[in-house]
Design a protein around this ligand. Sequence first.
Ligand SMILES: [Zn+2]
Length: 109
Amino acid sequence: MAGESTTAAGIHFALGGHASQIDVPWRTPTMELDELRSLTREKLQRGELPRDKCQVTWFGPGVGLPCALCGRTVTPLEIECECEQSTGATLRFHQPCFAVWDEERRPLD
Ligand SMILES: [Zn+2]
């Protein structure tokens, strides 16, 4: 195959050894959006997630607790959304998980 032995002539890499920090401003951390949506619907149907809207919503860095939707830890590198319900319960989500739940919990009509 041609091109396998390319020496990248003319391409200059400006990596100074700090290539591990990649700016991805908004990405689903763990699952595809479609997967999250169907998981949300299942959980709503089984009553594992409420349909009530949040009384108070907080956004901040994760504190290492699991997400109410996908079940994975929200790490301090991710944005956690804390949702206080009228029942006094607190739900924690990844920011994208919260967005999906917030969308899916609304009744369709
Ligand atoms: Zn999540």
